[in-house]
Ligand binder design. Structure first.
Ligand code: FAD
Length: 391
C-alpha cells in the first residue's frame, strides 16, 4: 500500500512525487512512455524556459481565472530558481522575465529525478495503467506491472499536445469516470492556418518576421509575428491563438503592423512625396514584406497620387489589420492544451477533487493555461507542489 501514486512523470508529476516523498510519504510514480521528461527535454529549444520572473495569475487562461492564484503564491518563480541553484544549474534571463538553462533542458530532468530519489520515490516506467477503482481505503490501480493500492492518487498526465511523445487523454477519462466536468480541450500557443486567398496574398512571405502588437478577445501581445507557408506564427501569434481559441475561434485577430509608430502622422509627413507607400514602409520593414503588402493592397502609386480615402484605408490596414484564421496547426504543433479538468470541481489549495477525496489533478491536465514564456512550467511546479504538500 502506497500513501500516494502519481500517474504521469512529467514536470508536474515529478515535482509532486518529490515533494510528497521528501515529506516522508511512500510514493509511487508511474509513466507509460519509455523516456523520462521528453517534453522538458524539447522545451525552450532544448534549454527549457523553466519559469518566468513576472508570473502572476494574470498570465493564465481558465474558465475560473482566480483558481491558480493560491498555488502560484505558495510556490513562486523564486522557489524554483532556488531549487535550480541548489543543483548548480546555470541560468540566464533571455527576455521579458523568461529564464532558461545556460546549457541544457536535460539538467532540469536530472534535477527532478534527483529530487525524487531524495524523497525515496519508487518509479515504474514504462508502465501502462489499465484501470483505476475507488475502494474504502483509497484507490486500486491495475497496471502492466501488476496491481497497486494507494490512499491518494494524483493525475499528472498532461494535455494532448505532441502525441508522438506520449500525450494521452488519460486525465480527462479519469475525470469523466469520477463524474468531474471538463472544459473542452483545444490546441493553444499554436500556429494559425489561413484560407487559400490569404495564402495567395501572403504565402510567399514565409520566413519574414516583424515586431507587431496582436490582440484578440482580451489578450494583447507585443512580440514578433512570423509569416509561414500555412499562415501566421511567431510569439505574438502563438500568444493570441490561446485567446482566439478560448473565444470560440470566431473573432478576428487584430494586428498592429507598426506598433509604437504614429502611422497617420508618419505618412502625412510624406503626403506630397513621389515615393510610394511600399518604399516608405521598407524603412521599417523587411523590403520583401513592404513590396508584397503594397501589391496586396494595390497601393504602389506615389503617395502624392493617393486620395485621402486610400490613405485612411492604408492607415487602418497597417494599425488594425483584421485577420480571420481558418484553423490551427493542431496538437502536433501546439505548445499547450487549453481547457482540461474544470477547476470548479477542484480545491485551489490541494488540487483535490472536492467530490472525490484523495483524487488530485495537477499540471496541464487542469484548465489552467499559461502564456508563452515559462508560465506553463511554473504552473506545473506550483500545482505539483500544492498537491505534494497535501497528500
Ligand atoms: C515543444 C514544446 C515546448 C515547450 N516549451 C516550454 C517552455 O519552454 N516553457 C514552458 O513553461 N512550457 C513549455 N511547454 C509547455 C510545457 O512543456 C507543459 O505545459 C508542461 O510540460 C506540462 O507539464 P505536465 O507535467 O502537466 O505534463 P507533461 O510534461 O506533458 O507530462 C505528462 C506525463 O504523463 C505521461 N502520460 C501521458 N499519458 C499517460 C498515461 N495514459 N499513462 C501514464 N502516463 C501518461 C506522459 O508520458 C508524460 O511523461 C512546451 C511544450 C512543447 C510541446
Amino acid at each position: 500500500m502506497f500513501d500516494v501514486v502519481v500517474i504521469g512523470a512529467g514536470a508536474a508529476g515529478m515535482m509532486c512525487a518529490a515533494t510528497a516523498g521528501q515529506r516522508g510519504r511512500r510514493v509511487l510514480l508511474i509513466d507509460h512512455y519509455d523516456v523520462v521528461g521528453e517534453k522538458i527535454r524539447i522545451s525552450g529549444g532544448g534549454r527549457c524556459n523553466f519559469t518566468n520572473l513576472h508570473a502572476t495569475h494574470r498570465d493564465f487562461l481558465s474558465a475560473n481565472p482566480d483558481f491558480c492564484r493560491s498555488a502560484l503564491s505558495r510556490y513562486t518563480p523564486r522557489d524554483f530558481i532556488a531549487l535550480v541553484e541548489k543543483h548548480g544549474i546555470a541560468w540566464h534571463e533571455k527576455t521579458l522575465g523568461q529564464l532558461f538553462c545556460d546549457e541544457s533542458a536535460k539538467q532540469i530532468i536530472e534535477m527532478l529525478k534527483a529530487e525524487c530519489a531524495e524523497g525515496g520515490v519508487e518509479w515504474w516506467q514504462p508502465c501502462d495503467v489499465r484501470s483505476v477503482c475507488r475502494d474504502a481505503a483509497g484507490f486500486e490501480i491495475e497496471t502492466s506491472r501488476g496491481a497497486v493500492s494507494t490512499k491518494a492518487l494524483v493525475i499528472a498526465t498532461g494535455g494532448l499536445t505532441v502525441p508522438k511523445i506520449g500525450a494521452t487523454p488519460f486525465a480527462y477519462k479519469i475525470a469523466e469516470q469520477f463524474g468531474l466536468p471538463i472544459v473542452a480541450p483545444k490546441p493553444a500557443l499554436v500556429p494559425l492556418s489561413f484560407d487559400p486567398d490569404f495564402l495567395a496574398r501572403y504565402g510567399e512571405l514565409a520566413g519574414v518576421s516583424l515586431d507587431v502588437e496582436a490582440s484578440c478577445a482580451g489578450g494583447r501581445f507585443r512580440e514578433a509575428l512570423l509569416f509561414t507557408h500555412r499562415g501566421l506564427s511567431g510569439p505574438a501569434i502563438l500568444q493570441v491563438s490561446s485567446y482566439w481559441q478560448q473565444a470560440g475561434a470566431s473573432e478576428p485577430i487584430r494586428i498592429n503592423l507598426l506598433p509604437g509608430v504614429e502611422v497617420r502622422e508618419w505618412i502625412a509627413a510624406e503626403r506630397r512625396s513621389r515615393a510610394s507607400l511600399p518604399a516608405l514602409l521598407a524603412e521599417r520593414w523587411p523590403k520583401r514584406l513592404a513590396q508584397q503588402w503594397g501589391a496586396a493592397h494595390k497601393l504602389e502609386l506615389p503617395l502624392a497620387q493617393l486620395g485621402d480615402r486610400a490613405i485612411d484605408d492604408a492607415v487602418r490596414e497597417l494599425t488594425e489589420w483584421r485577420v480571420q484564421p481558418s484553423g490551427t496547426l493542431g496538437y502536433n504543433k501546439a505548445e499547450v492544451t487549453l481547457g482540461g479538468v474544470d477547476t470548479r470541481s477542484l480545491s485551489s489549495k490541494t488540487m483535490e477533487a472536492t467530490q472525490v477525496p484523495g483524487l488530485h489533478f495537477i499540471g496541464e491536465a487542469v484548465d489552467v493555461t499559461g502564456h508563452l514564456g515559462g508560465f506553463n512550467f511554473q504552473w506545473a511546479w506550483a500545482s505539483g507542489y500544492a498537491a505534494g504538500h497535501a497528500v
